[in-house]
Design a protein around this ligand. Structure first.
Ligand SMILES: Cc1cc2nc3c(=O)[nH]c(=O)nc-3n(C[C@H](O)[C@H](O)[C@H](O)COP(=O)(O)OP(=O)(O)OC[C@H]3O[C@@H](n4cnc5c(N)ncnc54)[C@H](O)[C@@H]3O)c2cc1C
Length: 422
């Protein structure tokens, strides 16, 4: 029987592992709870109506159609039986493995306030993006209908909690939508009066960037009409609004971009984890004492050059490449590769449609040229010619026409939203 490799998660790390195992003498099973691989860095553009869902996600089966050595399973993993060497799915199915690769990513962290999730959705999946898009667009529609001035103002107030790249990117496009694209389409409201707030508990926005670029991003956002509040954590969050710095801000749309927590892999393995729930792995990305179990990407706590590796896509991909190389070396009886080393590819974030900030060591770039570099890098990392063409054309269309084309209100209303509509 061939060596059985089971990979859980078809995100950046898991998919890269499978791609790296091409031609290896093993049988691979790839399990994911969704049927698609998702390019999370552009999720905010789906949420803010710039791109359609199919522009940034691809069916896993289609991606691997020419790989006879790979079986793809749609299922949610709920545990790992380390003694029996089996992965346990929610359906009860057990999938045996000789080598296991866990790359199940991260989810939102509400820092103990899990009840906030319903009123302040985070952005992690396509469903999250379309939920945010629906709530945002519905808020404008309801503001157009209502006769109640206070309600209208609450509907036209949008708060984003957390000012890392995702929060900054969301408010940047939201401001353009409200202040430049929508005004000519509504008759009873002036969407330019929409209040867009970016709230950050820390002292400044984009904390991973230098003071200089963080200051530039703040000034650029304020120029586009975003209110930036730093140094104040949100203390309450409900359907009606948020409380920050002792002030109640009525707002019908709140988006959470403040924190992530690793998937539950630590519990499945009964392994040691860090504060974010990531599994502590060795410099070969395996769980201490179990060299046949790898944990990668956002779910792993990896140290490289004395520092924890950040939870970003290039790090996850590099770990996938490394895990595949290690498995191939073992199968061929070759010496194991040198310890994993992370190569940092720089920090990037966009501010609206015309500016970005990029930092790579001492190299810094900002403004429209940085936006183009950011855009080319993202187009390059998309999968397949179709997506590259469609995303490039969508951006070109938005640039030339000033119209965001993916402004569809879809999905079933949640109970709370329906109640509000009555
Ligand atoms: C909104 C957003 C914007 C981002 N922007 C950037 C950016 O600009 N640049 C950058 O470098 N990084 C960015 N990131 C971070 C980057 O996307 C992650 O670091 C990267 O996706 C991690 O890869 P991964 O393979 O560890 O996990 P993921 O890509 O999250 O993949 C995990 C996979 O595991 C599956 N899974 C999870 N649990 C289970 C289960 N129990 N059973 C079966 N399957 C399961 C999921 O469905 C998913 O397919 C962003 C993230 C988000 C959310």
């Amino acid at each position: 029987m061939k060596h059985r490799v089971v990979v859980i998660g078809a995100g950046f790390a898991g998919l890269q592992t499978v791609l790296g195992l091409k031609g290896a003498d093993c049988q691979i099973t790839l399990i994911d709870q969704r049927n698609h691989h998702l390019f999370q860095p552009l999720l905010y553009q789906v949420a803010t109506t710039l791109l359609a869902t199919s522009d940034i996600a691809w069916p896993i089966r289609a991606l691997l159609h020419d790989r006879d050595d790979v079986t793809t399973l749609l299922g949610t993993v709920e545990g790992v039986d380390r003694t029996a060497r089996e992965v346990v799915l929610r359906s009860g199915t057990r999938v045996p493995f000789d080598t296991l690769v866990i790359a199940t990513g991260a989810r939102h962290a509400y820092f103990g306030k899990d009840a906030w999730e319903a009123d302040a959705p985070g952005l992690k999946t396509l469903e999250d993006a379309t939920t945010i898009r629906r709530r945002m667009l519905l808020a404008f529609e309801r503001a157009e209908l209502t006769e109640d001035e206070a309600e209208r103002q609450a509907l036209l107030t949008f708060t984003v909690i957390g000012a890392g790249p995702t929060g900054v990117e969301l408010v940047g496009i939201l401001a353009e939508l409200a202040h430049r694209i929508l005004p000519r389409e509504f008759r009873h409201i002036d969407t330019r009066k929409a209040r867009i707030l970016l709230i950050e508990a820390g002292p400044r926005i984009l904390p991973a960037f230098s003071d200089e670029l963080s200051g530039y991003a703040k000034a650029a956002l304020e120029k586009s009409g975003v209110e930036v509040m730093t140094g104040h954590p949100v203390t309450e969050c409900t359907w009606d609004g948020i409380t920050v710095a002792g002030q109640i801000i009525p707002a019908r749309t709140t988006i959470w971009a403040a924190g992530v927590q690793a998937s539950r892999a630590k519990d499945w393995l009964a392994a040691e984890g860090d504060r974010a729930g990531r599994v502590m792995v060795g410099d070969d990305l395996t769980v201490p004492g179990d060299p046949n179990i790898f944990v990668l990407g956002d779910t792993a706590h990896v140290i490289s050059d004395g520092k924890p590796v950040p939870g970003v896509a290039p790090a996850a991909k590099q770990q996938g490449v490394y895990a595949a190389r290690t498995i191939v070396a073992r199968l061929r009886g070759q010496p194991k590769p040198a310890p994993f080393r992370y190569r940092h590819m720089g920090n990037l974030a966009t501010i609206g449609r015309n500016a970005a900030v990029i930092e790579y060591g001492r190299f810094k770039m900002r403004g429209w040229l940085a936006w183009w570099v950011w855009g080319i890098a993202h187009i390059y990392f998309l999968i397949g010619a179709r997506s590259r063409l469609f995303v490039s054309l969508s951006w070109l269309w938005v640039f030339l026409s000033g119209q965001n084309s993916a402004r569809l209100i879809t999905q079933k209303e949640t109970l709370k939203e329906t109640e509000r509509e009555k």
